[in-house]
Design a protein around this ligand. Structure first.
Ligand code: HEC
Length: 212
């Protein structure tokens, strides 16, 4: 009887130890071995790395160029509207293109939209009136970075740059001014151009010396 009881308790102790060892092995242990995956058919899928060479295509490029003439859905097909340049790329277009004015709800709609967008995107640096005294500009000057203060938009030169050039300045940025082509949608950039023109007209009566 006693030997049997001893044997049983030894077995129980062994089982307990094994369980403990198994459980403790699961606690926070890292392993560099690959995980055991019983069904691998969706685990290892054939693929190419970016820029990898492919024997399959004649030009050996795995990254396929778009088919000739493909146009992204959000791309503006009218070259003047898209770039602010004339179709032959000889010059800036002088005025906000008609299709943009039309789909902006006429000049009034475009100006209202432009005012809102200008106040959001441009006024922090250029000031609400375009005088170049925005809060960012004031702080830049206070910290000694005068080069980051934008010019007044009422300068004679800026009063006379074509609308297309103003649009391109917003789209691509210029020198110390960042580009807004990716942040501000195309029609909104044109709306801002229209509003900047209105701002400039509102101050145009001032003597040139007041708009250095
Ligand atoms: C982060 C600050 C900042 C913001 C925001 C900003 N600008 Fe500017 N902008 C500048 C600075 C700085 C310059 C002067 C760039 C230079 O000459 O180095 C400048 C220059 C310009 C010029 C003169 C370009 C020329 O031909 O000399 C125009 C026009 C202009 N900005 C329009 C805008 C409009 C419109 C917006 C809003 C979409 C805008 N900017 C937003 C900082 C800013």
């Amino acid at each position: 009887m006693t030997t049997r009881a001893t044997r049983l308790s030894t077995l129980a102790a062994l089982a307990g130890l094994t369980l403990l060892a198994t459980l403790s092995a699961c606690r926070g242990q890292t392993s560099s071995d690959p995980p055991i995956v019983p069904i691998r058919n969706m685990y290892d899928q054939p693929r190419y790395n970016p820029q990898q060479r492919s024997p399959f295509f004649a030009d050996h490029r795995t990254m396929r160029p778009p088919v000739d003439g493909a146009v992204a859905r959000e791309m503006e097909p009218d070259i003047e509207v898209a770039t602010g340049r004339t179709a032959d790329d000889a010059d800036w277009i002088p005025r906000v293109p008609r299709p943009v004015v039309r789909r902006g709800g006429g000049l009034q709609g475009l100006l209202t939209r432009g005012q809102g967008r200008f106040n959001i995107y441009c006024s922090p640096c250029h000031g609400f009136s375009g005088d170049g005294e925005g809060v960012v500009a004031q702080r830049a000057v206070a910290l000694g970075n005068d080069a980051l203060k934008p010019p007044s938009l009422h300068q004679t030169r800026l009063q006379h740059i074509p609308d297309g050039q103003l649009y391109a300045t917003i789209t691509h940025g210029i020198r110390n001014m960042p580009a807004y082509g990716h942040n501000i949608p195309l029609d909104d950039r044109w709306a801002i151009v229209a509003y900047v023109r209105a701002l400039q007209m509102s101050q145009a009566h001032r003597a040139p010396e007041a708009n250095p």
